[in-house]
Design a protein around this ligand. Structure first.
Ligand code: AMP
Length: 285
């Protein structure tokens, strides 16, 4: 596995490689887990060269968010990627990505009304900006994103389509622990009690999905039930629970097409997100 630490060297290498071989790319913020590894396997199955980037992007964290405490372990990550037969690890320096005077941002309109886009001002702009930069540096033919960050994946698809980038965006399913908790780098911060309580997230999503499938079409009722389940856990504090159109991510009041049930919940200081798609029974007939 080659480890590339400068933008220039990555560009030179990928320009050369892409002439002959299909490049699959998995952008990450590191502290890798089996969710990341599943994206890497997906990229491997679809391309000849697999590039993984590790970069904790300061531009997507708000001033009161966890940029400084975001977990990092480069040596462990490097080992995992080597074992996974990754071809290239791109690990750029922050000053190389955002040199003094940096002033260009990518704004994808329409993502600030719901979900994390509404709760984390500047987050989606930071994600779009870093992905655009990484796409220009790595020059992949395809890039794999996790459904766990559903809004982010839809935003990237929109950006790629709007700006005519010749990159296929592939979505990959959320990998979960045995009790259903979505695997996340942030889970390391949970205390034993918080970790136990956090299993309620997936349970509440499954419960909500079931209600939709059984014919409940009133979002308020579904959210109320999910809210009650989550509030039953002492360490949980809900940021949001929303039901949105699975295609355009706009709020839905009455469900008559596939929806995304999505939530963000704090356990202590750790904010976890998760989601599930639910298709109303009448949609299938
Ligand atoms: P992150 O390092 O958290 O920025 O995530 C990098 C990529 O991994 C993103 O496309 C995420 O959606 C994806 N990802 C994170 N957690 C999971 C998971 N549990 N299952 C599948 N993909 C995930």
């Amino acid at each position: 596995m080659k480890v590339i630490t400068t933008v220039k060297n990555m560009q030179i290498l990928s320009c050369e490689l892409r002439k002959e071989e299909k490049i699959g790319f998995v952008p990450t913020m590191g502290f890798l887990h089996k969710g990341h590894l599943s994206l890497i396997d997906r990229a491997r199955s679809l391309s000849e060269i697999v590039v993984v980037s590790i970069f904790v992007n300061p531009k997507q964290f708000g001033p009161s968010e966890d940029y400084l405490t975001y977990p990092r372990d480069f040596e462990r990550d490097k080992r995992l990627l080597k074992e996974r037969d990754v071809d290239i690890l791109f690990y750029p320096d922050i000053k190389d990505m955002y040199p003094t005077g940096y002033s260009t941002y990518v704004e994808v309109e329409g993502f600030d009304a719901t979900l994390c886009g509404a709760r984390r001002p500047g987050h989606m702009r930071g994600v779009a900006t870093v992905c655009m930069k990484l796409f220009n540096i790595v020059r992949p033919h395809l890039a794999v994103f996790g459904e766990k960050d559903y809004q982010q994946a839809i935003l990237i698809k929109r950006m790629v389509s709007d700006t005519n980038l010749d990159i296929e965006i592939v979505l990959s399913p959320t990998v979960r622990e045995g009790d259903g908790l979505a695997v996340s780098s942030r889970n390391i911060h949970l205390t034993d009690k918080e970790r136990k309580d956090a299993a309620v997230l997936y349970k509440s999503l499954l419960f909500g999905k079931n209600l939709v499938e059984e014919g409940e079409d009133n979002t308020d009722k579904i959210i109320k039930t999910m809210r009650k389940m989550i509030e039953g856990k002492r360490t949980a504090r809900i940021d949001y629970i929303e039901v949105v159109d699975s295609k355009n991510l706009k709020l839905v009041k009455t469900i008559n097409k596939p929806v995304l049930l999505a939530l963000a919940v704090y356990f202590g200081r750790t904010r976890l997100i998760d989601n599930i798609i639910a298709v109303p029974a009448r949609w299938n007939v």
